[in-house]
Design a protein around this ligand. Structure first.
Ligand code: SAH
Length: 293
C-alpha cells in the first residue's frame, strides 16, 4: 500500500487520508501483497541468516543490538523514503531491535513494514505508522520548551497500550521519561521482560516506567505529559488524556469516526490552554477497551 503511493515525499504530517498506511495490511492477504511490492534491496531474511551465522561464529551476548544493524538500517532507509525525516526518530528506529520484541517464529518479518501479532489478539503496529505518529509528536509547536533542545524531543511522554514494549523502547530514546500503560497483565509482564533484557545487555538503555492498568484514565500521578500516544482506538478521546496534556503538548491517537473506520487524530494544547484538533488520515488499530484483564 505505501508502495503504491505515487509521491512518497509528500507523506508528511498532516497527511491526507490516502497517505496514511492502514493497519489493514496486517491480514495475510495484505502481507503477501506487501511482500510482492517490496523492493529488491529489502531482504531481511537474508540479513537475518547472515546474522545467525555471525552469531554462531562470535559468541556475542544473545546478539542484542549487534546482530541486526544492517537490516535495521534498511528499514530506516525505507522510512526515509516514506517521508520520515526527523533525525532522532530515524536514529531510534536504527537502535531498537524489533526482532527481539516479536515471537521467534516471526523474526524473519520483523523488519518488514507490517504489523505483527504479539499474542492475546493484539498487534505490534507497522513501523511506517509508528514512525509517522512519533514524528508528529516530535515536531509539535511546543517541542522546544519541553526538552527538545536537550535531545529529548518528546519531553515527558505517556503511551497507552504497551503491548510488547517495542514502541515504548522507541519512545524511551526520545523522551525525558516515558510512562506506558497496558491493560492486559500478560502483555505488561512480557513488555517488562523484553525491556529488562535490553537494559541488561545495552548500557545506557532508557528506563521506561511500565504501568499495569486501564489507560483510559491515563496516569494522573505523573501528569501532565508533553506528549501522549495511543496504540489503540476508541470512539472518543478519554477526558483524562485531555486533562493530562500539558500546555504546548500534543496527543496523537486513532479515533473511531464511524462504524469500522478510524482516523488518526492530533490534539494540541496551545500555550493558552485551548485545544486544537486536526486529522491525519485513515488507520486501523486494535480497539481501546476499558478495565484490566
Ligand atoms: N505499542 C505496542 C502496540 C500494542 S497494540 C507495541 O509496540 O507492541 C495496542 C495495545 O493497547 C494492546 O496491547 C492492548 O491490550 C492495549 N490497550 C487497549 N486498550 C487499553 C487501555 N484502556 N489501557 C491500556 N492498554 C490498552
Amino acid at each position: 500500500m505505501s508502495s503504491s503511493q505515487p509521491d512518497r515525499k509528500a507523506r508528511r504530517f498532516p497527511l491526507q487520508l490516502d497517505q496514511v498506511a492502514t493497519l489493514k495490511s496486517s491480514g495475510p492477504k495484505a502481507a503477501s501483497a506487501a511482500q510482492a511490492g517490496a523492493r529488491e534491496l529489502l531482504r531481511p531474511q537474508a540479513h537475518l541468516q547472515q546474522i545467525e551465522q555471525d552469531r554462531k561464529r562470535h559468541s556475542t551476548p544473545q546478539g542484542v543490538g549487534l546482530d541486526s544493524v544492517q537490516v535495521r538500517r534498511r528499514m530506516v532507509e525505507r522510512l526515509m523514503m516514506d517521508g520520515i525525516s526527523h533525525t532522532q526518530v530515524l536514529d531510534a528506529f536504527a537502535r531498537v531491535p524489533r526482532h527481539l520484541f516479536v515471537d521467534s517464529a516471526l523474526v524473519n518479518q520483523a523488519y518488514e513494514d507490517t504489523s505483527l501479532p504479539i499474542g492475546l489478539g493484539q498487534t505490534i503496529s507497522k513501523p511506517s505508522v509508528v514512525a509517522a505518529m512519533i514524528q508528529s509528536l516530535c515536531v509539535r509547536p511546543g517541542a522546544a520548551q519541553a526538552g527538545a533542545a536537550h535531545g529529548k524531543p518528546l519531553g515527558h511522554c505517556l503511551e497507552i497500550g504497551t503491548g510488547c514494549g517495542y514502541q515504548a523502547a522507541l519512545l524511551g530514546h526520545l523522551s525525558r521519561r516515558v510512562v506506558s500503560i497496558e491493560r492486559l497483565r500478560d502483555l505488561h509482564v512480557k513488555a517488562r521482560a523484553n525491556l529488562d533484557s535490553m537494559r541488561q545487555h545495552l548500557p545506557g538503555w532508557p528506563d521506561v516506567r511500565l504501568v499495569y492498568g486501564d489507560g483510559m484514565i491515563g496516569h494522573a500521578p505523573l501528569a501532565p505529559y508533553d506528549t501522549i500516544i495511543a496504540a489503540a482506538g476508541g470512539s472518543a478521546l478519554p477526558q483524562a488524556w485531555i486533562d493530562q496534556l500539558a500546555p504546548g503538548g500534543r496527543l496523537v491517537a486513532p479515533l473511531e469516526e464511524s462504524r469500522g473506520t478510524q482516523v488518526l487524530t492530533i490534539l494540541d494544547r496551545l500555550p493558552d490552554g485551548s485545544l486544537q484538533h486536526s486529522r491525519a488520515g485513515a488507520v486501523l488499530f486494535v480497539p481501546l477497551k476499558s478495565g484490566t484483564t
